[in-house]
Design a protein. Structure first.
Lengths: 306, 246
């Protein structure tokens, strides 16, 4: 932890900081995915919709009404959680692959909708106004350092939420539901209700990462914040690191994001897809030799709840 | 002195397309009794279980639990008002330890994990699984899984426990232990309804036996009466029992 705080001060390269920011951002989304996917067994391939909704809500509020992005952050989380509830309710009985398919459809519906929604700039997207930088407006122009610490903070919040859930009644209930709905029901668990809670918490945390992205890049459009590959990447990160373990997705992000950024930078356009090849190779290795993910190498089954 | 009626099943009918899986089945279970449901495969025993515990909605008829109509209740609500059950195909949470499995059941009555853990340990020492509490659910033998499933059900503190073939596939020793467990569960004040094929066990534990065949109840009575009944022998038990009956 202390290492992560001091590190950007020692390695001052902008690229390094940028990569670490992405690691934390995807780490946050991975941890959020893990709550619904790793614990409650809902394999969502539609996380990017929550991410995009978070980004769009705060940006739209800022541009149109001048709402402070920090308030937009909370608003984005709430809107996202509400949309998640609207998705989760009809899907409350879908399991396994069927839920995964529904979540892909959900992500694509949201993207298509935003691509055609004039109010939020349709396919042109939204450009955020350049405000005078500072913590108060969640915008910094001279250095990436503040962004680094903010997203590290978001990641810690996500980890804290996940850890508290995992050790509580809800965590046990999520894992029972993941095993089977029948088992959960005969233990008196209201499956639909607890699945809904998992989706909404996950959506809120994912939306926070979305708002961060918008404030960091200052430009969003559906084809950058709502595309399926981002959802897939979130799932891969969590699975590779270790689904169902609090820290798993962070490990996954630490491994995959630098690979993807490095191949993109070093190989340029010629390297398009190389990162995916490496991903594919790693995922295959992990799923064959260590199905519990990298972090599974370090812990035994008995300690997995924590 | 007649005891309170725990379970009152009246005219339950369940259709799957044209198949009458349960056809106008009625019976009552008094508090503190052990009632066995027997019958050949496909007789509708598990369907009846599912109709009572909220997994299926019967097409007709009603189910009352201590006078309360539970016919259309959701399965988890049925559990919360005091009916726990196990499955024919044993269901435990493979990724959890034995203790965590039971703890999850105990959480129905506790908010804090610590208190639920205490309750879970009590249940495990009652069912004799305490020394295996740190094993993972998936690595248990069938006999232990069935015992664990009963422990999980007991952890929800039921008034009625429904066991679906908890004794199938057990060795003689394991069977003995399961019978003893069922008796001590009854001794602790829980009413039981069991679906069972193992006739030795049925004879020993049951106060009353209900026989199903092709979805219909063909007879009801004491274990002795049931094994002597020609219709039951023909439908289910086979000629082996004709000798016993004499």
């Amino acid at each position: 932890m202390a290492v992560l705080i001091v590190l950007p001060l020692i390695i001052t390269s902008t690229f390094f900081r940028h990569v670490m920011i992405l690691v934390f951002m995807f780490g946050t989304m991975g941890v959020a995915w893990n709550i619904m996917g790793g614990y409650a067994g809902m394999f969502s391939f539609g996380q990017v919709a929550f991410f995009g909704i978070g980004a769009y809500t705060s940006s739209f509020l800022l541009i149109t009404y001048g709402v402070n992005p920090w308030i937009g952050l909370i608003a984005g989380g709430l809107v996202s959680a509400c949309v998640a509830a609207a998705l989760g309710y009809p899907c409350s009985n879908l399991r396994g692959h069927y839920f995964a398919i529904a979540s892909i459809a959900f992500g694509e519906i949201v993207r298509t909708h935003f691509n055609n929604w004039k109010l939020v700039g349709a396919a042109e997207g939204l450009s955020l106004p350049m405000l005078k930088g500072g913590m108060k407006v969640f915008m910094f122009h001279s250095s990436k350092l503040p962004y680094y610490y903010i997203i590290l903070g978001f990641l810690l919040i996500a980890l804290l939420v996940c850890r508290l859930l995992a050790g509580s009644k809800m965590g046990y209930y999520f894992r029972a539901i993941k095993e089977s709905h029948e088992v959960a029901q005969v233990l008196g668990i209201n499956v639909a209700r607890y699945r809904l809670i998992a989706i909404m918490v996950s959506a809120f945390l994912t939306a926070m990462a979305g708002t961060f992205y918008a404030q960091y890049i200052l430009y969003i459009d559906p084809d950058s914040v709502m595309i399926l590959p981002v959802s897939v990447q979130v799932v891969l990160i969590s699975m590779l690191g270790g689904a169902g373990m609090v820290i798993g997705p962070v490990i996954g992000a630490l491994i995959l994001i630098p690979i993807s950024e490095a191949t993109r930078v070093w190989l340029g356009y010629k390297g398009t897809g190389i990162d995916m090849l490496v991903y594919g190779f790693l995922i295959t290795l992990i799923s064959v030799y260590q199905p519990k993910g990298v972090w599974g190498l370090f812990v035994n089954t008995g300690k997995r709840a924590q | 002195m007649s005891k309170a009626v725990c379970l009152d099943v009246r005219g339950v009918t369940k259709l799957f397309g044209g198949l009458r899986a349960n056809d106008d089945v009625s019976f009552t279970v008094e508090e503190g009794e052990i009632v066995s449901i027997i019958g050949p495969n496909g007789a509708g025993k598990s369907t009846l279980f599912n109709c009572i515990t909220g997994f299926y909605k019967p097409n007709a008829g009603s189910v009352r639990f201590f006078g309360r109509d539970i016919t259309r209740m959701r399965a988890d609500t049925v559990c919360r008002i005091g009916i726990a059950r196990t499955f024919q195909v044993v269901q435990v949470i493979g990724e959890m330890t034995v203790l965590e499995n039971v703890l999850t059941g105990a959480l129905m009555n506790y908010v804090r994990v610590g208190s639920a853990r205490q309750k879970a340990e009590e249940v495990l020492s009652f069912t004799g699984l305490l020394e295996k509490k740190d094993r993972s659910g998936s690595e248990l033998t069938i006999a232990d899984k069935k015992r664990l499933e009963v422990s999980m059900a007991l952890a929800t503190r039921p008034r009625l426990l429904m066991l679906d073939e908890s004794m199938a596939g057990l060795t003689v020793v394991e069977l003995r232990r399961m019978i003893d467990l069922i008796k001590s569960v009854r001794g602790s004040g829980v009413t039981l309804v069991v679906v069972e094929h193992v006739m030795e066990a049925v004879m020993e534990i049951s106060d009353k036996v209900i026989v199903l065949n092709s979805g219909r109840k063909i007879m009801e009575g004491s274990p002795r009466e049931v094994v002597c009944n020609p219709e039951v022998i023909q439908a289910y038990l086979g000629d082996r029992y004709r000798a016993v009956g004499r």
